[in-house]
Design a protein around this ligand. Sequence first.
Ligand code: 2HA
Ligand code: ZN
Length: 275
Amino acid sequence: MKVLDAEFVQGFVRMCNDGWELGWHERNGGNLSYRIKPEEVESVKENFTTDRDWAPIGTSVPGLAGEYFLVTGSGKYFRNVILDPEANICIVEVDDKGENYRILWGLNKGGRPTSELPSHLMNHEVKKEVTNGAHRVIYHCHATNLIALTFVLPLDDAVFTRELWEMATECPVVFPEGVGVVGWMVPGGRAIAVETSKLMKDYNVAIWAHHGMFCSGEDFDLTFGLAHTVEKSAEILVKMLSMRPDKLQTITPQNFRDLAVDFHVTLPEKFLYEK
Ligand code: 2HA
Ligand code: ZN
């Protein structure tokens, strides 16, 4: 099968375009990666070439040895992915030590995988382990309202979780485990990847202060839907704070406990503190 005919590739391309249309991918902002299923690799491997060199990942991910990923290209624009996928995304293979990668398909006009490859792969490694292989998608976007909030809220997991939960009743159901926050760090390297992947042990969302967010999920719908829900809630909070600095009424800790019972989710008590 041609790579572009595969359903996982079409889902990946559609997600890139959805994020672009929502305004989360100015210029070359953001990146997406998908851990390809063995049967999907099998279905497209006739298109792979092995003439491109192995290159260091920049960190070590032994838990991903031998895995294949579909990833966006470094410096490539999300708005161009749908127009020319083969020039803007690529399939890479991780070596048997989890130290190097090589491009097997795509980036046919040159280029490298996303500059955030260390964060993507370290997050995949953690999520593969803690979800027994269920999570396959890692998504990084520059969602506007969420970034704005990182200037006015304390950079604290409990504060961000609680404020986002209060802004939309669906939130505690969509991300019951809460969200984690990384203070400002230089992007693109191993250090920010280490901090982000630590948070991914507990959360499916990691917020990068003054930069954006990382989301993890099982498939494109769930992962995009998670980012969309977080950003929608952030937008409501920005609007609310713009109207008045305090709330006249809100969802209370007891309301959240009642919701948790009916919706069969566990909401950690550490997020249900009295204010
Ligand atoms: O330019 O978003 O974090 C891609 C990025 C880097
Ligand atoms: Zn970014």
